[in-house]
Design a protein around this ligand. Structure first.
Ligand SMILES: Nc1ncnc2c1ncn2[C@@H]1O[C@H](COP(=O)(O)OP(=O)(O)OP(=O)(O)O)[C@@H](O)[C@H]1O
Ligand SMILES: [Mg+2]
Length: 271
């Protein structure tokens, strides 16, 4: 059974088509890197898999069933995570806030729910972080707590939207490796969106590249090529491989890196 299946799927906002007539099949237990320029539809695709945006054409199936809102088999880490205004809370309380229906200040969690929170924290090696106030954690440590939150309820599919934004290369690698380890240990399908391919190399099974309404799914060797990316970017792209890293170049500049830096400046404006 496929984890995710798109059959002739078009995703649109009114007259604006984001993805057109997409067919794809993602297997159980695959780690998929989702790439593509700003506005190519990475977030939109995840929202459609969550059942938050009905396709204007075609059908999406998740683990063999038609998409549905509030699907308990999916864990989701949204891109817009907003300011963490509960900084007084401990890491434990923060993760626990993701338990279904739990609200700040409401009665204690059931024993089963507490066990679930402890299990999720253990998966990301954050038992020690759980005791510390959120205010004292680094960006990378918070990302681990967010990953723990997405694991609550033991989903079979994880949608992680840009978990690497605003992390330095060291923490990026840590988050990718941790996600890969959890994915293999728990046995879960992961869609992991990012602006840059390099931090994901070595962890991903296949890459899903979006652009200009199209999608290309395959191994890095199949998809990250000049002809395929030129079609997705709508301009002449050169793929340069150097010391085990891959650079996606257009007219002499690195298009992925440019987008990434753009993210950083945006991040500072919003925070
Ligand atoms: N609620 C909405 N209403 C109208 N248009 C939208 C809405 N959400 C997204 N879009 C548009 O859909 C397109 C795809 O957006 P999406 O957020 O999926 O891109 P993305 O690949 O996640 O980009 P980024 O790398 O910036 O996160 C963009 O052109 C965006 O402006
Ligand atoms: Mg996005």
């Amino acid at each position: 059974m496929s984890a995710i299946e798109f059959a002739g799927v078009t995703l649109a906002f009114g007259a604006r088509t984001v993805l057109a007539d997409i067919d794809l099949r993602i297997d159980d237990n695959e780690f998929i890197g989702v790439l593509g320029p700003n506005g190519s539809g990475k977030t939109t695709m995840m929202r459609a898999i969550l059942g938050l945006l009905p396709p204007s054409r075609g059908a999406i199936r998740v683990l063999g069933k038609p998409v549905a809102r509030g699907n308990p088999v999916i864990g989701y880490m949204p891109q817009m995570r907003g300011p963490l205004d509960q900084l007084r809370l401990s890491g434990w309380d923060f993760v626990a806030s993701g338990v279904n229906g739990h609200q700040w200040g409401l009665p204690l969690l059931s024993r089963a729910a507490r066990r679930e929170v402890a299990w999720a924290l253990e998966q990301v090696h954050a038992a020690d972080l759980a005791r510390r106030p959120l205010a004292e954690t680094s960006g990378g440590e918070r990302q681990r707590l967010l990953l723990a939150q997405a694991l609550l309820g033991r989903p079979r599919l994880l949608l992680l939207d840009e978990p690497l934004i605003s992390l330095d290369p060291h923490h990026q690698r840590f988050v990718v490796e941790l996600t890969r380890a959890v994915q293999q240990e728990v046995g879960i399908t992961v869609l992991f969106s990012a602006h840059e391919l390099n931090p994901l190399l070595g962890a991903l099974d296949r890459v899903l590249y979006l652009g200009h309404g199209n999608a290309a799914l395959g191994t890095v060797e199949e998809v990250v090529t000049g002809p395929v990316l030129s079609r997705l970017y709508g301009s002449e792209i050169d793929v340069v491989r150097l010391n085990g890293r891959i650079f996606v170049m257009s007219g002499g500049h690195d298009v992925e890196r440019d987008a990434h830096q753009h993210d950083h400046s945006e991040h500072h404006v919003h925070v």
